[in-house]
Design a binder for this molecule. Structure first.
Ligand SMILES: *[C@@H]1O[C@H](CO)[C@@H](O)[C@H](O)[C@H]1NC(C)=O
Ligand SMILES: *[C@@H]1O[C@H](CO)[C@@H](O)[C@H](O)[C@H]1NC(C)=O
Ligand SMILES: *[C@@H]1O[C@H](CO)[C@@H](O)[C@H](O)[C@H]1NC(C)=O
Ligand SMILES: *[C@@H]1O[C@H](CO)[C@@H](O)[C@H](O)[C@H]1NC(C)=O
Ligand SMILES: *[C@@H]1O[C@H](CO)[C@@H](O)[C@H](O)[C@H]1NC(C)=O
Ligand SMILES: *[C@@H]1O[C@H](CO)[C@@H](O)[C@H](O)[C@H]1NC(C)=O
Length: 200
């Protein structure tokens, strides 16, 4: 570990703009907190210089992570705040697992995110207000968890000021209703709220 960091530092001195695998470190640190009975993360080798050859990880031409595809992978454990450091992430696909804990507010830093699919897990707590910063987001599917509170206004605003097309938050423990105007762009967005949510 120490020698890898040293090599990385030397490289960074030699070549401008070397990232020292910060993104690999983020994903590896997540891996260490996940229970992975099917060994889907077996290829996540932290000694490689970047995570771009790992299964379920996709990078752009700059070796920066753009996709994490871990749907229906049998994983349990939390989402970690450091995931917010994956600056070029476009697809975070973690649906259909046993992910517990809260949605880190740091995910609101992922301003290139196009799709946030955390549905069918065991997430608790509120939907972070910070997710209203996800100006590139087209799909936010959080249904089938145990999320509480109301949908933050910041996220509803993404429907008109951002690009949000699908917002599915049904089958959670949310309260409140969402009011939609069909002439303001709301009609192209499906907002799917709890089937039995009490009216505000
Ligand atoms: C890669 O990095 C260069 C220099 O920082 C930048 O100009 C370019 O847009 C980046 N490409 C991608 C695909 O992110
Ligand atoms: C969640 O964990 C339970 C108990 O270990 C297991 O039976 C179930 O298949 C898991 N679900 C998923 C989607 O991995
Ligand atoms: C990431 O998000 C957190 C919480 O929303 C914030 O405090 C922090 O400053 C952000 N970090 C960066 C690098 O933008
Ligand atoms: C929204 O989530 C519910 C509950 O899982 C599901 O039945 C429904 O098909 C979803 N709708 C869309 C458009 O994804
Ligand atoms: C919907 O339309 C009503 C009446 O025209 C207006 O008062 C309200 O602010 C609109 N709501 C949104 C979310 O645009
Ligand atoms: C908007 O809703 C009103 C009232 O329900 C309806 O009369 C109208 O046809 C709708 N317009 C569009 C463009 O969907």
């Amino acid at each position: 570990m120490a020698s890898r960091i040293l090599v990385c530092l030397l490289l960074a001195v030699a070549i401008a703009n070397v990232e020292c695998n910060q993104e690999g470190d983020v994903l590896n640190s997540w891996k260490t907190q996940l229970v992975d009975p099917n060994n889907v993360l077996q290829s996540w080798d932290p000694t490689l210089f970047n995570p771009c050859t790992w299964f379920h990880v996709t990078c752009n031409n700059n070796n920066s992570v753009t996709r994490v595809d871990l749907g229906n992978a049998g994983l349990s454990g939390p989402l970690i705040p450091e995931l917010g450091l994956l600056a070029n992430l476009q697809y975070l696909e973690v649906f259909g697992n046993n992910i517990t804990g809260t949605i880190p507010t740091e995910l609101g830093n992922l301003t290139n995110l196009v799709s946030l699919d955390l549905y069918h897990n065991k997430l608790t707590g509120p939907i972070p207000v910070s997710l209203g910063n996800l100006v590139s987001l087209l799909f936010m599917r959080l249904h089938g968890n145990k999320l509480t509170g109301t949908i933050p206004t910041s996220i509803i605003n993404l429907i008109t000021t951002g690009r949000l097309r699908i917002l599915n938050v049904s089958y959670n423990l949310l309260s409140g209703t969402v009011h939609r105007n069909n002439s303001t762009g709301f009609r192209i967005t499906q907002v799917i709220q709890d089937p039995k949510a009490p009216a505000m």
